[in-house]
Design a protein around this ligand. Structure first.
Ligand code: 8YV
Length: 317
């Protein structure tokens, strides 16, 4: 540690060990505890050199603008679409995220949602709890084995999902605009609707942001078809949520497993009523092991930055 503690603004409540480390080694300001922002900015704004945030909290340019000496934003999470990267680049502010350490947890969440929708686990549990087992049989579900898992976004998490799904004896296909990856043997589709048509489970794991906004639209959902399922562990912005609600209500797709939504934590009321939809509250990376690893990596980034101005896992802006 340098002898003078750097001032760091923390955007929202963080993992306990990260909070403890930051409080020990830095001069921490907790944004959510600041009562009079104007007074705080006047007293501390110019001192702040670092911001710690998460993929969910992101940052807001209007406040960053009031931190004239900000050098670095360290984000908890792999996705950083809740930050304006052009703005950060323009100001020369560095950004770090937490890649790799959450690949397994997010992949397991995707598989959990696939199993849950295909075997109707949530619906079956509601059936037992409602005392309906004594008076009737529960309807059948679908195998994963032998089905096609279509992956939209074959990055590191996408590849982990592919590996896990292959363990269930699924056929793996993926969408990538243009050429197939040279080092991947899974079936490539250069057209998203074609992948959807070929898939029994369409798993969305592309980064959020303007380039992927509403990539999964009405036409893709129609192509997926009435016996197939959409799984989203990426960002709510990647799916046209109104089109998804419509497709589910019309029976255009067989069901959905959704961990992310357009306007979290708000979930469209129509989805709450549907038995063929499994809804989880953005828990993709939410395991003890993974969140600890993410917290450690954020802390390593903050510490290293204030040691030697470099980052462990920088985002290329
Ligand atoms: C959240 C995520 O960042 O890594 C991501 O991109 O969406 C999640 O891991 C995390 O839940 C924020 O607390």
């Amino acid at each position: 540690m340098s002898d003078k503690k750097a001032d760091v603004l923390v955007w929202g409540p963080m993992h306990a060990s990260l909070t403890a480390g930051l409080n020990r080694d830095f001069n921490v300001h907790n944004l959510w505890e600041i009562k009079d922002l104007d007074a705080w900015v006047a007293e501390h704004g110019a001192k702040v050199r670092g911001v710690v945030t998460s993929g969910v909290f992101g940052t807001d340019n209007a406040l960053l603008e009031r931190l004239p000496n900000l050098e670095v934003v360290n984000s908890f999470g792999v996705g950083y679409d809740a930050n304006d990267t052009d703005y950060l680049a323009r100001r020369g502010i560095k950004l770090s995220n937490t890649p790799d350490v959450l690949n397994n947890a997010v992949a397991e969440t995707a598989l959990a949602l696939m199993l849950c929708v295909s075997r109707r686990i949530s619906e079956a549990e509601r059936f037992v709890r409602a005392g309906k087992w004594t008076s009737g049989k529960f309807p059948l579900g679908n195998d994963l084995c032998g089905k096609t898992c279509g992956i939209v976004g074959l990055g590191k998490i996408g590849k982990t999902i592919a590996k896990r799904a292959a363990g269930f004896d699924m056929n793996i296909a993926y969408y990538r605009r243009g050429q197939a990856y040279a080092d991947v043997s899974y079936t490539h589709y250069g057209d998203l609707q074609e992948l959807a048509r070929a898939s029994d489970y369409l798993v969305v794991i592309v980064p959020g942001g303007p380039e992927t906004e509403r990539l999964i639209n009405r036409d893709v959902l129609k192509a997926l078809g009435s016996r197939s399922f959409l799984i989203n562990v990426a960002r709510g912005s990647v799916v046209d949520e109104q089109a998804l609600v419509g497709a589910l209500l019309e029976g255009d797709i067989g069901g959905a497993g959704l961990d992310v939504f357009e306007d979290e934590p708000n979930v469209p009321a129509e989805l709450m009523k549907l038995d063929n939809v499994v809804l989880t509250p953005h828990i993709g990376s939410g395991t003890f092991e993974t969140r600890q690893a993410m917290a450690d990596l954020v802390f390593a980034n903050v510490s290293q930055y204030f040691e030697d101005s470099s980052l462990v896992t920088p985002v290329q802006l």
